[in-house]
Design a protein. Structure first.
Length: 88
């Protein structure tokens, strides 16, 4: 899996990708049991560890940054790292 850039605000390696179902419910990190048995759909989202130390911090592990869900890990990584999306 591609590496995520560190946070531009707090400069920590605090950003990770969480596994969600189609309704946005958080199930764990990449490689969790739900990802292998995604009975209610599979989406990914960016998270930022921590509570209030950085402006990008989320309230908890289950909260996504910006509330945005991605179809694939690559899309989430590209969005964070700023890589242009491939056509098609
Ligand atoms: Zn940060």
């Amino acid at each position: 899996m591609a590496e995520l850039k560190s946070c531009p605000y707090c400069h920590k390696q605090a950003v990770f990708i969480g596994v969600h179902d189609d309704e946005g419910n958080y199930h764990g990190r990449i490689g969790c049991d739900y990802e292998n048995d995604a009975w209610s759909g599979l989406c990914y989202a960016l998270h930022h560890e921590g509570w209030g130390e950085c402006i990008l911090c989320t309230d908890g592990e289950e909260q996504t940054m910006g509330g945005v869900l991605f179809d694939t890990i690559d899309e989430a990584v590209d969005e964070w790292n700023g890589t242009p999306q491939k056509e098609g």
